[in-house]
Design a binder for this molecule. Sequence first.
Ligand SMILES: Cc1cc2nc3c(=O)[nH]c(=O)nc-3n(C[C@H](O)[C@H](O)[C@H](O)COP(=O)(O)OP(=O)(O)OC[C@H]3O[C@@H](n4cnc5c(N)ncnc54)[C@H](O)[C@@H]3O)c2cc1C
Length: 296
Amino acid sequence: MTDETVYDCIIIGAGPGGLQAAVYLGRYNRKVLLIDRGGGRTSHARHIENFLTQKDISGGEIIRLGLEQARNFNVAVISGLVTNVVKREYFDVTAEGKRHRSRFVIVSSGATENLPPIENIHKFFGDSFFTCIDCDGYRTTGKKLTVIGNSLKTVHLALAMKEMYTEDITLILYTLPIPEVYMEELRENGIRLVNGRPVRLSGGETLEAVELHDGGRIECEVVMSNFGYKLNAAFLADLNLKRDADNFKFITDRHFESSCDGLYIVGPLTGNDQAIIAAGEGALVAIELKKRLLEL
Ligand SMILES: Cc1cc2nc3c(=O)[nH]c(=O)nc-3n(C[C@H](O)[C@H](O)[C@H](O)COP(=O)(O)OP(=O)(O)OC[C@H]3O[C@@H](n4cnc5c(N)ncnc54)[C@H](O)[C@@H]3O)c2cc1C
């Protein structure tokens, strides 16, 4: 099946990055298709407090409002999973078995959290179980905090949390030992170190404790973890785009154009995982595409 329209731009992903680009391109009266499968990272953000003018808004509400705004400017929106993008005369974007064609593509498909297998994690995720210091570090201020992870990065995270947010910290590491210099830092900062594997979060309305596989129980009000995320980029495989030295993030130029002419990438796939930054990048790409579409 092929969509007869040749769009000026297809946007993959309706998070802040894709939606902001859609609003700009819609207001240039360009022919835009936005394809989204739903359930992205922003939808898990229950409290966003660092987006200018928003004292406290959920990610779900940002998406709802953004979709409404984009539709008002005649952006076509369809639900579906994009499975492949290739470049022929136009870009061919396949979603749910249907081919859509466009002159340009903006990829704003975000990332998916690597959440450890802990019972009840989804109950508390985004509310008292956090994964991002920039997003939710502030929400731990003055609270009884457990930091969990499995690398020395987690030790750095615990020290940063102590410096900025709270005195009462227990650090749970899956693997020990760690170098003595780190042990010393933790002792000096009064951070308790526990070796173990969390298996369950307990609590009713609010989080009460992290339970460990050996029966241990660490009481806490909030958890900060760092297991990273994977990029939602499988559908780009056929384009062989350039990535960084770790073969992880995509390399783009200052307009966020990838190594494939006409395909732009914003948000965590290129390095930034904040809603307002993704939105800014989306606006920047749309302004660039306005110029390129006029040149055509
Ligand atoms: C718990 C939590 C709290 C957060 N709190 C904050 C905060 O307070 N402040 C802040 O600035 N940021 C916060 N963030 C981060 C923020 O949500 C994202 O980093 C940011 O929204 C990135 O936006 P994005 O548009 O690039 O991607 P996303 O918001 O991830 O949107 C990508 C969209 O693309 C869709 N998609 C993915 N693959 C496909 C595909 N193949 N086909 C079709 N659609 C696809 C996804 O389903 C999703 O809808 C938080 C994140 C989490 C998880």
